[in-house]
Design a protein around this ligand. Structure first.
Ligand SMILES: Cc1cc2nc3c(=O)[nH]c(=O)nc-3n(C[C@H](O)[C@H](O)[C@H](O)COP(=O)(O)OP(=O)(O)OC[C@H]3O[C@@H](n4cnc5c(N)ncnc54)[C@H](O)[C@@H]3O)c2cc1C
Length: 386
């Protein structure tokens, strides 16, 4: 039987990033992906890159990942992740202000450049906003957005250049535990491959896959939409903003367009039977919310949009750890895992290879739910802010 040191299931941005970091260490790795790189939720991500997290480890990982995305060609032999630095404004209701002040100080202590803006400054510096229901804003200077498909492809192509074996169009239909750890994966054509260590980074399909090993992960799946609009006659806003008070985010997309999405949880969905387009009603809800906050955007023109899937843990924080001997998962990143992946993959590679591991990674092990230790995340219902 063919064998590898590490087998990775899934070539979303998390699988691709782990493959990249393993390749840099010369670990013999194969990546199995049933579609194409970023062919699942990664390729439908809004691609927002901000380090505005309440979890200090994730804030640091996001900050470092943003640096990596901004200097992607240096890391990937000339490839481009389409990173654009735009700055990002977070708008909070009055009830969040104490936590926001605390959170901003914690972020600055891990090197994230954020500034809290009181109502007078919000009014002076962002005259396009209706400030109804707000108590403070936070400006993150270095935030922006990138192209999730280009980032994933860039990481994977560089990994392949360094020796990783790409098995695209290859579905894993079964997993078995191997004696001595790791697993044997069976592909759709009946081929079997032994993996001394196995990393399942299969997004919304991670839980059903590891269930084959008798491992239950508390991950659920939600359908989330992104609406695209053209600025039209409206004044373009060159920076992104997230309105925690109203529950939506908005980011520019190139010169002419912008995207809108929700910060709030959605109904549970079946990952294999989901409507992958946005409905008129969903578009109206999002465009109505942004027009209430930024009245000038009532002039924007609705284009299209799409829907995709979040794999969500009970606390909306990632689920990363060894779940059976030599079998690891990296999943549960809901709607905030794209920008974490470039550097999180390095920590996951440490874990999978048994190297020294950053101790703070242990907080994401799924056993936290069984032992009553869920993590805090975000602000109020907007746990997507991590
Ligand atoms: C609409 C939307 C907007 C988002 N916006 C942002 C954002 O602005 N910023 C941000 O940071 N994050 C955002 N996210 C979240 C981010 O996209 C995800 O956290 C991230 O892409 C997850 O990557 P992944 O590699 O873990 O999983 P996935 O992208 O789900 O990849 C898993 C891969 O595994 C493959 N696979 C599954 N089962 C099998 C199998 N049996 N055999 C072989 N292959 C298999 C799938 O085909 C898939 O390609 C958004 C997500 C969505 C859906």
């Amino acid at each position: 039987m063919e064998s590898f040191d590490v087998g990775i299931v899934g070539a979303g941005v998390h699988g691709a990033s782990a493959a990249y970091h393993l390749a840099r260490r010369g670990v013999r790795t194969a990546v199995f992906e049933r579609w194409t790189p970023a062919g699942g939720p990664t390729g439908r991500s809004s691609g927002i890159c901000r380090a505005y997290y309440t979890n200090p480890f994730l804030a640091r990982v996001a900050r470092e990942s943003i640096e990596m995305l901004a200097r992607f060609p240096e890391h990937t032999n000339g490839r481009d992740a389409g990173f654009r630095r735009t700055g990002f404004l977070f708008l909070h209701p009055q009830g969040d202000v104490t936590a926001v002040l605390y959170g901003a100080a914690a972020l600055r202590s891990v090197g994230v450049d954020v500034e809290v803006l009181d109502m007078a400054r919000l009014e002076a510096e962002f005259p396009m906003l209706d400030l109804e229901g707000l108590g403070a804003g936070v400006w993150e200077e270095d935030a922006g957005y990138a192209d999730p498909a280009a980032a994933t492809l860039g990481l994977l192509e560089r990994a392949v250049e360094l020796g990783v074996e790409p098995r695209m169009g290859t579905e894993i239909v079964d997993l078995e535990a191997a004696a001595g750890g790791g697993g044997v994966v069976t592909t759709g054509d009946g081929g079997r491959t032994a993996c001394r260590r196995l990393l399942v980074a299969a997004g919304p399909w991670t839980a059903p896959l590891v269930r084959r090993l008798g491992v239950e992960l508390p991950l659920t799946v939600e359908r989330h939409v992104v609406a695209t609009l053209a600025w039209g006659r409206a004044e373009p806003m060159p920076f992104g903003h997230a309105d925690v008070a109203s529950g939506y985010y908005c980011k520019p997309e190139g010169e002419d367009l912008f995207c809108l999405g929700s910060l709030l949880p959605a109904a549970e969905a079946d990952p294999d039977r989901v409507l992958d387009r946005i409905t008129d009603r969903e578009t109206e809800e999002l465009s109505g919310a942004v027009a209430r906050r930024v009245p000038g955007l009532a002039e924007a023109e609705v284009r299209r949009g799409w829907a995709s899937l979040y794999d969500v843990s009970p606390d909306w924080q990632p689920v990363i750890g060894e779940v059976a001997p030599g079998v690891f998962v990296d999943a549960g990143t809901s709607g905030h895992g794209f920008k974490l992946a470039p550097v999180l993959g390095r920590h996951v590679a440490d874990l999978v290879t048994g190297g020294p591991v950053e101790p703070l990674l242990a907080q994401f092990h799924p056993d936290r739910f069984g032992t009553g230790r869920p993590l805090p995340a975000g602000y109020g219902e907007a746990r997507i802010l991590g």
